[in-house]
Design a protein around this ligand. Sequence first.
Ligand code: SAH
Ligand code: SF4
Ligand code: F3S
Length: 478
Amino acid sequence: MLELEHTTKTHDEARQGEALELLPTGKSTGRKLYIESYGCQMNFSDSEIVASILVGNGFETTKDYKEADVVFINTCSIRENAEQRVRNRLKEFESAKNRNPGMIVGVLGCMAERLKSKFLEEEKLVDVVVGPDAYRDLPNLIGKVDDGTKAVNVLLSREETYADINPVRLNSNGISAFVSIMRGCDNMCSFCVVPFTRGRERSRDYQSIVKEARELFEAGYKEVTLLGQNVDSYKYTAPVAEGETATPTVNFAHLLAMVAEVSPELRIRFSTSHPKDITDEVLYTMARYDNICKYIHLPVQSGNSRVLDLMNRTYDREWYMERVEAIRRIIPACGISTDVITGFCTETEEEHAETLSMMDYVKYDFAYMFAYSERPGTLAAKRYEDDIPEQVKKRRLTEVVNKQQEHSLFRLQNFVGKVHKVLIEGFSKRSDQDYCGRNDQNTMVVFPVDSRFKPGQYVHVLAERCTSATLMGRIVDL
Ligand code: SAH
Ligand code: SF4
Ligand code: F3S
């Protein structure tokens, strides 16, 4: 899935755990919740649902785990190092728990789902383990821990989409927000743990999605990112009540159009697109609406058809290239980013070279790049030997990273001298003399503050210089 940070760091490593501070909406219990998130945007979005459920149950939130009554860590299993980071973090919570034995420590998310009750044996300080489809049960599970028993709920659901839960926006800039449109994944890519940790794919009622986007816009938000592991397979058919006629099934292209219609002032982004499922209808819909950002995250994983087949990606090199051609034809200015895995089982040097040549073909604007990490229980772990030595995986990764560095620079250099419509997100990280925001293609743009404009407004910025990650320029009047 697309990341917030436009860096070359890897998926989970790019994101520090985040915390939040909120007051209860229900009857206050005076208890304090701390929650920290790792992994993809889906997890960050889920933490907003968790916070909403607990704030509704009288909790208030804190940004300091040391003063919390309940400490939650929303975890990621995608690669081994993602899990290692969580375990290290749990060790840090240990001394706080020793000082305050009443403190409840909970593990949520993908690692909870993967390890289930084993977590309680492996990490003694953990009191509660809750999978991604069981968050409505949290108040009850916390009650059990209060009564002195450890609690686990890792049931996956075929229906749960949390459609009716109004997420509380954590650490939000009040300008951009995530909106989950579906959960789970039915794809079974052989390297991937997500289908096991998040269960079957299900789409959320489009009416609740459009309503959430409208409410965000009315609250001053200017950008929504629609989230799913494979947004192109979004599909919702409203249940038919007795005596009513069935309404047509809504696909992702329809959904995009409906959200875009909320207001021309609301920018729409989405992630992740799957190369096998992205349709021309989606591309034409993107082309039709100015407020749908011209940016597609289209993970390739490998440029070689044999490896793609082993990965069970269900497309080959030619298919992927045809989809890129379709994007270039229908949306000529579209930014394209990707995910790449190096050193997948049995990958040869020639096959790795095809990944590099695919990168040359597309010249991605941006990429998340990973060395293959075998995950227990996946098809690849069962069927293939993880036979590429670590240093070979790493060397191939370095080659991929270096190539991407060149392409990112190439793309940004092409943006220099052009005027970009930028949504101001706030002050730049480096200086409060500068604003930062993104152009349509999701590139970070930095420019001097102009007192006529505030965060949340659109400005036109002439790009004058760049690095491989950032455009620098100045506001111009059109
Ligand atoms: N649903 C998204 C991917 C979600 S996981 C998609 O299909 O594109 C994000 C990325 O992590 C994947 O695209 C892949 O590049 C990487 N990844 C997943 N499992 C991995 C593994 N076992 N080892 C290394 N990288 C992995
Ligand atoms: Fe994993 Fe593949 Fe599903 Fe993406 S599409 S979440 S890589 S199984
Ligand atoms: Fe996301 Fe990590 Fe789970 S990438 S879906 S939090 S395994």
